[in-house]
Design a protein around this ligand. Sequence first.
Ligand SMILES: [Fe+2]
Ligand SMILES: [Fe+2]
Length: 151
Amino acid sequence: MKATDLIKKQHKSVKALFKKVDKTEFVRQRRQLMDQIAHELKIHTKIEEEIFYPAVREVGTSKASEMVDEAYEEHHVVDLVLGELPQVDPEDARFAAKMTVLSELVEHHADEEEDEMFPMCEKKLGRDRLQALGERMQQMAEGMGAQRRAA
Ligand SMILES: [Fe+2]
Ligand SMILES: [Fe+2]
């Protein structure tokens, strides 16, 4: 699968989980969904940072490096919020507030990748390169415990 398609698939999955958390009233289930979101985001940001972003930076334009720099910073903010969640009681109103902020962050970040970074990558990296990157990313994700999803 192309790297861009793999990433889009993972974005979709995380967004769906955020919707689920929003709808569930059971504390234990909220916590479980939260853990799953944290797990998926950890894998997702890692394969982007280790494999995808370095390839995007190689495009060599200042626009490309700006996008990549910003993406790393956004991952950093996501990490900070994720790190705080285990200390917050899912029954507490702050849990819902933090989840909302986290989901907005992730959504904004994912949209920027899909709407700005990917069109540039399609043009400058090309199909074969994206395919090869995607395969490496899939492998790394599976090594980190991601479930294999049908291509
Ligand atoms: Fe990202
Ligand atoms: Fe992403």
